[in-house]
Design a protein around this ligand. Structure first.
Ligand code: CA
Length: 399
């Protein structure tokens, strides 16, 4: 009996020892896995500077800092989740907008989910390069919330596609946004798009928009109730018999139609704008979109941009000799810090007409002291940014 008791005790003790061992083994294992997690995390944190080595398939576990260190390549852009899109820096968005030419643009790779992942501060900072490289389909994916965060100054960039918005998107336009639509966009507005515009949205339309720009088909076919919402009298409603509905924009491959505004700018000295629609050439173009002709098309939303090096030039052949009195340069954000305005009669020997060393973004008017010539050029010697030289318009006045 005593032996049996001893036997039971030893079984009990062995059992206790076994349980103790199992518990401590389990605890050690757990501790081990905890520390291996820890070392993995610190490796990831160290990896910020070499995001190339991280697996982008785990992108949703990246920190904002890691996301903003991802190099923008076609491969990486395809792996961006909506959540990651939200965290991209403005510079990365700009990179997506500029990498690849018109046909192999990275913007075109973006899916609906990725486009809709763009957060409000990113939407309001999309530059014209990004917007011009979106497809019409992609523009139509923008949600009402995203449309609301477009800034007024971005709207003319969409002119590249005509008026690509769905009626649902146009419903979200503020009156100020309606006011920003360009003459070309008014010409291309379809009846379906026009009819969603409310009295509140139409209130800022000028008489000029109503009677000279808006598509005549719309005025001819819109119901009386809509016409009554216009803030000015329609003069051409009865007379526009040949008005037809414009085509709905579907493609980005169409080249932008030249602006057909026919106003002739004149100055007191009898000079007028002599460069519009003339032949412009340049030392280089940034891409197929921003070619030299964009600087003389009279359209403030199209521009020429050069390659990113010094020097670069943009030259206009006026067709014959003029006495040049003034040039007006409308610089984009990528402006020239230093440039010359040069004039030539033969296109090979040039006279310096102005030497600018304090360049700035925006419109710059330069008086020229009646120098005669057929060719006028902007000769950029120093860029202000890391981009090339970029001009929305280069206007030459003469007589
Ligand atoms: Ca232009």
């Amino acid at each position: 009996m005593k032996n049996f008791k001893n036997f039971l005790r030893s079984v009990w003790i062995s059992l206790m020892i076994a349980v103790f061992c199992a518990v401590s083994l389990f605890a050690t294992e757990k501790e081990g896995s905890k520390s291996s997690n820890k070392s993995e995390r610190s490796t990831t944190q160290r990896g910020v500077k070499s995001v190339r080595n991280l697996d982008l398939k785990n992108i949703n576990s990246f920190t904002k800092e890691q996301i903003q260190a991802i190099p923008i390549t076609a491969e990486n852009v395809k792996l961006l989740t909506p959540k990651a899109m939200e965290q991209l820096s403005k510079d990365q968005i700009i990179e997506i907008g500029i990498i690849g030419g018109s046909n192999n643009s990275l913007v075109k790779l973006l899916t609906r989910e990725q486009i809709n992942g763009l957060w409000i501060n990113q939407i309001s900072s999309l530059d014209e390069r990004f917007i011009q490289r979106m497809t019409v389909e992609q523009i139509r994916w923008l949600t009402p919330g995203q449309i609301n965060f477009l800034s007024h100054s971005q709207l003319p960039y969409f002119e590249w596609h005509g008026l690509p918005f769905t009626p649902e998107q146009l419903k979200c336009f503020t009156p100020r946004m309606i006011e920003m639509l360009t003459p070309k966009q008014w010409r291309l507005i379809t009846l379906e798009q026009a009819l969603v515009l409310t009295k509140n949205q139409l209130q800022f339309l000028t008489e000029k928009v109503i009677n000279e720009q808006i598509n005549p088909y719309v005025l001819k076919t819109a119901p009386e109730s809509w016409i009554n919402n216009l803030p000015h009298k329609v003069n051409i409603r009865a007379t526009s018999t040949s008005a037809t509905q414009p085509p709905v924009p579907t493609s980005v491959t169409q080249s932008p139609a030249p602006s057909s505004t026919t106003t002739t700018a004149s100055t007191a000295s009898g000079s007028s704008l002599v460069s519009k629609g003339k032949t412009a050439t340049s030392s280089s173009n940034e891409n197929n979109f921003n070619y030299a002709g964009n600087a003389v098309d009279g359209n403030p939303s199209t521009r020429w941009a050069s390659a990113a090096s010094d020097p670069q030039w943009l030259q206009v052949d006026l067709g014959k000799n003029y006495t040049i009195t003034k040039v007006v340069l409308n610089w984009e954000a990528a402006y020239a810090a230093a440039y010359k305005i040069q004039i030539s009669s033969n296109g090979s020997t040039w006279t310096d007409a102005a030497n600018i060393t304090n360049g700035a973004k925006g419109i710059r008017e330069i008086t020229i002291n009646n120098i005669s010539g057929r060719y006028v050029r902007m000769y950029g010697t120093k860029r202000a940014t890391r981009w090339g030289y970029s001009l929305y318009e280069f206007e030459i006045f003469g007589r």
